[in-house]
Ligand binder design. Structure first.
Ligand code: SF4
Length: 255
């Protein structure tokens, strides 16, 4: 593979297959690149491609304590399927402690704050030890994700000195391609998908939506909210800014 100028990396990675995008990340970052997954379809494909290519990325998942039992069971099935230990990242407060100290059923009164406590802050802490975060984001998932790049550079803490690369190796995959891959490779998936759930998060904030439409329409019904915040709390650095800044994160090496 040829050398990739980090400032042109997104353009160059766009030309590669999803597997080669992952290979690039392994050669660039090693185990400082980690796959974060909630076991949606694209995440499963990304992990499978990495495992099949012999790329032993750490894999982690956020467990809010409010997941569907089917999701919790799926994690165990996938660990067996891939012979892989998936790291569980948890919030500082249990659901009971959150109710006691902040308020009961916070997802009904302030879901943004609830997501911050149960998803965003635990993720931010996990990413402190990563240089590259690999996700299952796809452009087709929603209007808000339509401009997702294959490789993006983000400010992690809103400070100019802490950067994080974000690799979205399936950014340009369709839903149909993802599910064809999952079926063809016999990858275990969440049975809720067969019951009309397209995007699966916490049980108290997710409903089935049936076929078609915005894949994330079943999340946070009744609220003007389509993102939990894990994909919006970092600040994407645009190409112009990339030219002038320095970073604690080493630039990707020659590959
Ligand atoms: S998805 Fe709902 S329950 Fe889960 S963290 Fe966000 S607001 Fe809380």
């Amino acid at each position: 593979m040829r050398f990739l100028d980090p400032y042109l990396a997104d353009t160059d990675l766009t030309e590669l297959s999803a597997t080669d995008r992952l290979r690039w990340a392994w050669e660039a970052f090693g185990d400082k690149a980690a796959i974060g997954t909630s076991f949606q379809g694209a995440g499963l494909v990304a992990i499978h491609l990495a495992r099949s290519a012999g790329l032993p990325f750490p894999v982690f998942t956020l467990d809010t304590g409010l997941l569907f039992p089917e999701t919790v069971a799926l994690k165990r099935r996938l660990e067996t399927f891939w012979n892989l230990s998936i790291e569980t990242v948890e919030p500082a407060l249990t659901v009971e402690d959150q109710a006691r100290h902040i308020g009961p059923e916070l997802w009904n009164t302030n879901p943004d704050f609830c997501c911050t406590l149960r998803k965003v802050e635990p993720l931010r802490l996990r990413l402190e030890s990563a240089d590259c975060w690999i996700t299952g984001l796809r452009r087709e998932q929603s209007a808000g994700r339509a401009d997702t790049g294959v490789l993006e550079k983000h400010q992690l803490n809103g400070t100019p000195e802490r950067f994080l690369w974000k690799l979205n190796p399936l950014a340009d995959w369709t839903r149909e391609a993802v599910w064809e891959f999952i079926r063809n490779h016999g990858i275990p998936y969440n049975p809720l998908h067969d019951r009309g759930y397209h995007s699966i998060g916490c049980a108290v904030c997710t409903r089935p939506t049936g076929a078609g439409g915005d894949e994330r329409a079943g999340r946070w019904t009744g609220f003007n909210k389509t993102e939990c915040g894990i994909h919006t709390f970092t600040k994407k650095v645009d190409a112009g800014e990339r030219k002038s800044e320095t970073s604690e994160v080493p630039e990707p090496p020659s590959i």
